[in-house]
Ligand binder design. Structure first.
Ligand code: AMP
Length: 285
């Protein structure tokens, strides 16, 4: 497995692979890798000859310095894991390599997505995501790029970027990998102690509870209020938002229609650690 720290060297390497007609898959990550990331790599391996995993904790997408400082980092372990699972190349740039002039970063106005859910509660977050992902697409020029459904709003942003900026990469979304408890795997879970983990497990429970209420025909307003109460009663959990949205455009849904794919999205804090999750409502057969 090759590890590249400079844009120039990875570009030279990938140009040679492209000349050999090899397919290139990109998995962008911020490191502290877990089984969710592994699933993205496995998908990329199936569909490509070369798999590039980027590891870069992107300062431009953090709106709170404390969150950036506390973000888990373990590059040595990540590299060992990536070797084990057959990743071919790692892109590990420094902040200076990605942002040579840090005081004049480009800003993206991502419109509607900035005003809802993650965009609303993390001002500037999606501008930073759009910036780093655009740079990665330009550097790697992948045939396919792999993103998790866990970050549903990020996925919507990336699809918009592809469409509006004409990136040639195909965007592949990969289902959320969970613990047996239902808790979505996340690098941030590393920051939780046992009490925190017990509280965090309820995030998924709340989503399933709301899904069950919706499927038996409860009014969305009442069902949502009931689950907000459920969340508010969890010791150690602070709810930020709970939304029922149309999966493809993330517009709020007021009345559930089975023919419209619907997702429930939630975010909140456990012991100062911000967690998010979502599920797509599944009709029971
Ligand atoms: P991150 O390192 O958290 O920025 O995530 C890198 C990529 O992994 C993003 O596309 C995430 O959506 C994806 N991802 C994170 N957690 C999971 C998970 N539990 N299951 C599947 N994909 C995930």
């Amino acid at each position: 497995m090759k590890v590249f720290k400079s844009i120039e060297t990875i570009r030279i390497f990938l140009a040679a692979q492209r000349n050999r007609q090899l397919k290139i898959g990109l998995v962008p990550t911020m490191g502290a890798l877990h089984e969710g990331h592994v699933s993205l790599v496995e998908n990329a391996k199936e569909q490509n000859d070369i798999v590039v995993v980027s590891i870069f904790v992107n300062p431009a997408q953090f709106n709170k310095k404390e969150d950036l400082d506390k973000y888990p980092r373990n590059v040595a372990r990540d590299i060992e894991l990536l070797k084990e699972i057959g990743c071919t190349s790692v892109f590990l740039p420094s902040t200076d390599e990605m942002y040579p002039s840090q005081e004049s970063l480009l800003k993206f106005d991502v419109g509607y997505l900035d005003g809802i859910m993650e965009g609303k509660f993390r001002p500037g977050h999606f501008s930073g995501v759009a910036l780093v992902v655009s740079k990665l697409f330009n550097i790697v020029d992948p045939d396919s790029s792999y993103f998790g459904q866990k970050d549903l709003q990020q996925l919507a942003l990336i699809k918009t970027l592809k469409r509006e900026l004409n990136f040639r990469t195909q965007i592949v979304n990969v289902p959320t990998i969970r613990e047996v408890s239902g808790l979505a795997k996340s690098s941030r879970n590393e920051r939780l102690d046992e009490k925190g983990l017990r509280a965090a497990v309820n995030i998924f429970k709340g989503l399933k509870l709301l899904e069950a209420k919706i499927l038996v025909g409860a009014s969305l307003k009442n069902a949502k209020r009931g689950v907000e109460e459920f969340y508010n009663e969890i010791d150690g959990f602070e709810l930020e938002y709970l939304e029922i949205v149309q999966t493809d455009n993330l517009r709020t849904i007021r009345e559930y229609k089975p023919e419209i794919e619907t997702s429930i999205c939630v975010a909140g804090y456990v012991a100062g650690v911000r967690l998010l999750d979502n599920i797509c409502i599944q009709l029971k057969q």
